[in-house]
Ligand binder design. Structure first.
Ligand code: BJW
Ligand code: ZN
Length: 261
């Protein structure tokens, strides 16, 4: 595919010291993890409130666990895609680069991103709601009934953030700090409907960052961004990386020439 990004976008990126990539379910779609909303989303049939909240879990832990066990299996079997890997390469071009993700699938870390803040938890972890002890996915998936704690008999739940729950404080604080000092923020593959995470791109813009959105569809954020790059993350991110590296090479050659003359 041949997309030529704007001079404005490339020069803002080339001049940036600090960049933040804020990601959502769309980034993992091309790895085979279904998104939440939209016609193909995992919630096309279920309302999020029916499964992703603590009341639903207490009412019917077997149903909620059935859903998480299925997703744990899908996620364990897939691999990061070209979008995740392009973010790993981009990290090397800036003095500060953070990935802030709403995704729980651990694919950014598996791809090799070194600074990842997970705002909605991680599906590879589980804990007892009564005594807090951790359980691995291997422990959980070997159980045939609803997982209960072998130490205290409490219910075990996935370590993810459900509706009405607070986001992990440390991850949130680090994210806000990274966003406030970003020169460029990329919002990638998120519908921008779930708060407080959806407020981060707006915070970046108010703090002076150049705001870019990558998504095949327009979202609630689109009218606020400086550049909207329409397309999927596994296509757009590698192209952006390629054109940025080409620009840096040109600049380097130009500087070498000036030194010689
Ligand atoms: C592609 C693509 C490709 C497709 N390439 N792109 C302010 C206003 C209104 C409500 C609230 C508010 N503040 C808080 C609330 C309540 C609530 C909320 O936001 N509700 C809204 C739905 C209205 N928020 C909360 O409850 C949060 N907690 C909180 O606020 O605590 C304070 C509090 C305490 C007590 C009482 C009240 C408040 C917690 C939110 C937790 C969200 N958890 C989930 C589940 C995680 C576990 C799990 O996975 O099972 O997180 S919900 C779900 O949505 C998941 C996601 O991380 C999150 C965001 O979804 P995302 O990533 O944007 O996915 P999609 O599917 O929506 O979009 C995919 C996008 O990709 C689309 O745009 C596609 O076009 C695009 N795409 N293919 C690139 N190849
Ligand atoms: Zn326990």
């Amino acid at each position: 595919m041949n997309i030529k990004f704007s001079e404005r976008l490339l020069s803002r990126l080339a001049a940036a010291d600090a960049v933040v990539a804020f990601t959502g379910a769309g980034v993992s779609a091309e790895s085979g993890v279904p998104t939440f909303r939209g016609t193909d989303g995992i919630w096309a049939k279920f309302k999020p409130e029916e499964l992703a909240n603590v009341d639903a879990f207490m009412r019917n832990p077997a149903l909620v666990w059935e859903w998480y066990a299925a997703r744990k299996k899908i996620i364990a079997a897939i691999t990061p895609n070209a979008g995740h890997y392009a973010l790993v390469q981009l990290e090397r071009l800036f003095s500060s680069f953070a990935v802030i993700t709403q995704n729980i699938d651990n694919l950014h870390r598996r791809a090799g991103s070194s600074r990842v803040y997970e705002l909605h938890g991680n599906i590879e972890r589980n804990y007892c709601m009564k005594c807090g002890v951790d359980y691995s996915n291997a422990d959980i998936l070997s159980m045939t009934e609803v997982p209960v704690c072998s130490r205290c008999g409490g219910l075990v739940r996935p370590d993810v953030v459900w509706f009405g729950e607070l986001l992990p404080e440390e991850e949130w604080n680090h994210s806000v700090r990274a966003v406030e000092s970003a020169d460029v923020m990329l919002s990638i593959g998120t519908s921008s409907v779930v708060h407080p995470a959806a407020g981060l791109p707006i915070l970046a813009k108010h703090s002076g960052a150049f705001l870019v959105e990558i998504n095949p569809e327009r979202t609630l954020l689109t009218e606020n961004v400086d550049e909207f790059l329409k397309g999927t993350s596994a296509v757009i991110l590698p192209l952006l990386l390629e054109q940025l590296v080409a620009l840096e090479k040109q600049d380097h050659l130009a500087r070498e020439k000036t030194k010689k003359s």
